[in-house]
Design a protein around this ligand. Sequence first.
Ligand code: DLL
Length: 435
Amino acid sequence: MERYWNEEIETMSREDMKKLQDERLVKQVRHVYDNVKYYRDLMDEKGVKPEDIKSTDDLCKLPFLSKSDLRDAYPYGLLAKPLSECVRIQSTSGTTGRRVVAFYTQNDIDLWEDCCARAITAAGGTNEDVCQVCYGYGLFTGGPGLNGGSHKVGCLTLPMSSGNTERQITFMRDLGSTILCCTPSYAAYIGETLHDMGFTTDDIKLKAGIFGAEPWTEEMRRSIEKSLGIKAYDIYGLTETSGPGVSFECSEQTGMHINEDHFIPEIINPDTGEVLPDGEVGELVFTSITKEAFPLLRYRTRDLCVLSRKKCSCGRTLIKMSKPKGRSDDMMIIRGVNVFPSQIETVLIEQGYSPNYLIEVDRVNNSDTLDVSVEMNPDQLSDKVKDMQQQERDLAAAIRLMIGISPKVHLVTPKSITRSEGKAVRVIDKRKLHD
Ligand code: DLL
């Protein structure tokens, strides 16, 4: 039997949901206009006043916000509540210049954790469960979000954070964990380690996994389900809108239900900004209608996906989004970490290498790999193999320092990387994403 965390909301009629969204949107636009000068200026520039927004039908009149606005307004420019009412920040994994800092009031945290509780309940979680949370804790939203949701549901919560995989398995076995929360790539690694340690799925009690924060394929889902003996559920979210739990999968596993009482989704053409009908692929845009401290209106996620209002067998009436099919900007997500090609370029140039490079990302045995081929300048050539290997290691260490993960660096001879006559192709992402 399907369980809901908030049955009234999750199975609400479409008319009632629209009414709720209309009311909340009107209030939220007034709140933002009155308290966020940055957005007020954008609205004034567009000639839109709060009284022009009477319902969700008027959403398209509002200006968009994008990551560059967040950077311009960093750190406090989009804050809509006095600091005295804010109790927490969370931040993205991006490094200097790209970091997004989001603010929360206590109420924002409650609502966010509630969204995560819905996801855990949809995955079959109850207060009888032991929930092992191996998303990173700290600034990243994964650990704190699922931790809070797990508490709300009443699960016994294991705040493991990521890493130390053998210890993860020891706790999982000793305490009888039944739900696992982590990135899909880490889940795959945990599965592999379990078997390497000589155990099988008979040695653990896991029944479900709640995996997200990075794209993953249906093939990967099946392989994780098999290696851990579980049902694997997708979960989506982003720091800017709170964190995980913006949407979550139910037993049907055909897309993620969006918590529409908090986030109004739109799909737009990323080039023109035009709103697209349900069923078309485009960039996902969210308007948060309940957030107090950091309420972003029409925020462009850059995630490309499709919305569907097809009836779901789980009984939820919340709209569903497909797994994101990719991003419309250049951000790569490698092993769950957000990486921009420009960060790698910065290191190369700082270290005296040419700006001719190629980044190749792949997924081997369910784990992301990152190869960076870099052209040397003629004066960096050496005929000693040992010297070259040392240079490659040094450069890999410098890149790791910048982005937090280790690449394999290949120094190649001058002029060996193809020059481009149009837009340069700097990244080859070989990870195949299927529907
Ligand atoms: O990754 C929040 C999160 C934590 C989601 C734990 C799910 C579980 P950010 O670090 O700000 O926040 O990265 C947000 O990650 O715009 C997507 O591109 C990508 N992403 C998140 N969830 C999924 C998913 C967290 N289920 C960015 N599938 C988003 C594909 C995802 N991509």
